[in-house]
Design a protein around this ligand. Structure first.
Ligand code: GDP
Length: 534
């Protein structure tokens, strides 16, 4: 194997998807602990002590206790190099998460044993499913009362439409669990006394199920229930199929407890064994294989002012093929220019490091003078192509935004343009209106809060925000390509006629009913929920 192939085989790049509070922060922290990236779990975030996750960069995240932006964590374990792309769990801020999921090769789905499949998990799962990436399930909080494992399996199948293959099985009845049984090794692992409150890894009590003392240690009822369940799984359960796992049709399911460290190491090791190394990516020139010697990658996230002291802007690139070297010259397809990648950075959240080399699957932060956009391709001048487009999400909420202090207008425009390029909000200009205000579109309320907060903290500009009654945006086009203007569109005053930042006409209206009226009265009008391809 070449050096490139060896490095690719070592890599696992994934995101953790879950509903808020299922335990994503806790699990991430434990994985880092095993990787030796941090020494005392709980130093990442403990709500009790009001300390916060290393992956929470921004003040607003600290204030609201949620992760607004996705960050990247890298660590080594057992010969593997692991890249975890953190995703915000808050339902309002899903666009950023969707983009992050474009950059991973697999996903870990956390489910709270008591709550089962929750709303946000469902949404994120859908995106993973569309990409056909392998999904590994970790059922968390086994130290507490929970649903029956068979019920959870059924729920996953009914709600998410994926079958599961339990790799281990909880021991205990009526929702009170004592430990887990590992199906492959036929070993039992029981909870033990936790003296460090989950801060250090614990010894577990492990023995063979065939051990003559097993029945006594586990207890008659639970022992019998376990034997029955194992039988049932073996006979009636899904057959193991690596092929189905790889296609995202079967999810390996693990039970454990992130907080008490129970079952976490076993999960990590199995995950590393089964999860895919970096995969080929579709492009305008067909599939690009990671072991293609020619470097390529795409930008999936842009963030400005991560360090408020320096007004810098970082673009995050997922490497898709070839070896990345500091200072290398690459071709930026969308910009149509060669660029030199001089100060690449890698992350353990706040600790940035300048790196010299990186490989497919890795995420690198590039200093960006404002030239990159989300979804842009970087490749070698000798092999030019574009990676497939990123999905765009239709905005559903709108507000008119202006600077409170007219003297701050310049800062205001700079800030709002930057946040638009990051993909934090979508920006429109009302037809015929002056330049003192913009119409901002988002998919959720939190994006407005982020906008307000960041303009204040990063651009020292307070804003005035007036919510607009619209819920639907439609990009407009006449079939004969004559220009769509407020005058040529019948009923334009039934909504608000605006232009997006590329000067394309868009109509904002209250509801689908209004759309119907517009369509009826403009028979040759085409309407699109996202900007149409030319
Ligand atoms: P996130 O919102 O998904 O990042 O969830 P957190 O990791 O912040 O966890 C939410 C809450 O659940 C916190 O109070 C954790 O201490 C708690 N928690 C996480 N894992 C476990 C677990 O295995 N058992 C129990 N009992 N609580 C847990």
């Amino acid at each position: 194997m070449s050096e490139l192939q060896t490095e690719i085989q070592k890599r696992r790049t994934f995101a953790i998807i879950s509903h808020p509070d299922a335990g994503k922060t806790t699990l991430t922290e434990k994985l880092l602990l095993y990787g030796g990236a941090i020494h005392l779990a709980g130093s990442i975030k403990s709500r009790k002590t009001q300390r916060h996750a290393v992956s929470d960069w921004m003040e607003i995240e600290k204030q609201r206790g949620i992760s607004v932006t996705s960050s990247v964590l890298q660590f080594d374990y057992a010969g593997c190099r692991i890249n975890i792309l953190d995703t915000p769990g808050h339902q309002d801020f899903s666009e950023d998460t969707y983009r992050t999921l474009m950059a991973v090769d697999s996903a870990v789905m956390i489910i709270d044993v008591a709550k089962g499949v929750e709303a946000q998990t469902k949404k994120l799962f859908k995106v993973c499913k569309q990409r056909h990436i392998p999904i590994f399930t970790f059922v968390n909080k086994l130290d507490r009362f929970g649903k029956a494992p068979l019920e959870l399996m059924e729920e996953i199948e009914d709600v998410l439409g994926i079958r599961s293959y339990p790799m281990n099985w909880p021991i205990g009845t009526d929702g009170h669990y004592k430990g887990i049984y590992h199906r492959e090794t036929e070993k039992v692992e029981l909870f033990s006394e936790d003296t460090s409150h989950g801060q250090e890894e614990r010894e577990s009590v492990i023995f063979d199920l065939k051990d003559p003392k097993a029945k006594e240690i586990i207890g008659d009822t639970d022992y019998q229930a376990l034997l029955d369940d194992i039988d049932l799984l073996d006979v009636a359960g899904e057959q193991w199929s690596m092929d189905k796992v790889n296609k995202g049709e079967l999810t390996p399911m693990f039970f454990g407890s992130a907080m008490t460290n129970f079952g976490v190491r076993g999960f990590l090791e199995e995950y590393l064994r089964l999860a895919p190394a970096p995969q080929p990516r579709m492009s305008s020139d067909g599939l690009i294989s990671p072991d293609d010697e020619k470097f390529s990658g795409f930008i999936f996230k842009i963030q400005a002012n991560m360090n408020p002291a320096h007004h810098d802007r970082l673009s995050f690139i997922r490497i898709c093929s070839g070896k990345f070297e500091r200072g290398m010259s690459v071709y930026h397809m969308q910009g149509g220019k060669a660029v030199k990648l001089s100060q690449p950075q890698q992350f353990l959240a706040q600790d940035r490091q300048i790196i010299d080399t990186a490989y497919p699957g890795d995420i690198v932060g590039l200093f960006d003078p404002g030239i990159f956009g989300i979804g842009d391709t970087l490749c070698m001048p000798s092999h030019k192509f574009k990676f497939a487009d990123f999905p765009v999400f239709p905005p559903e909420r709108f507000a008119r935004v202006s600077a409170k202090d007219t003297m701050k207008r310049k800062q205001f425009v700079k800030g709002i343009m930057q946040l638009t390029q990051e993909g934090a909000v979508q920006l429109f200009q009302q037809a015929g209106a002056g330049m003192e205000s913009y119409i901002v579109g988002t998919v959720g309320q939190l994006q407005f809060d982020v906008l307000e907060y960041r303009l204040k903290s990063e651009y020292n500009t307070e804003i005035v925000m007036n919510m607009q009654p619209f819920e639907v945006a439609r990009w407009l086009r006449f079939k004969d390509n004559r220009p769509v203007t407020p005058e040529s569109l019948r009923g334009a005053d039934r909504g608000m006629f605006v232009y997006d930042m590329k000067d394309r006409p868009v109509l904002l209206v209250n509801n689908e009913w209004a759309l119907g009226w517009i369509q009826d009265n403009n028979p040759d009008l085409e309407m699109f929920p996202v900007p149409p391809e030319k």
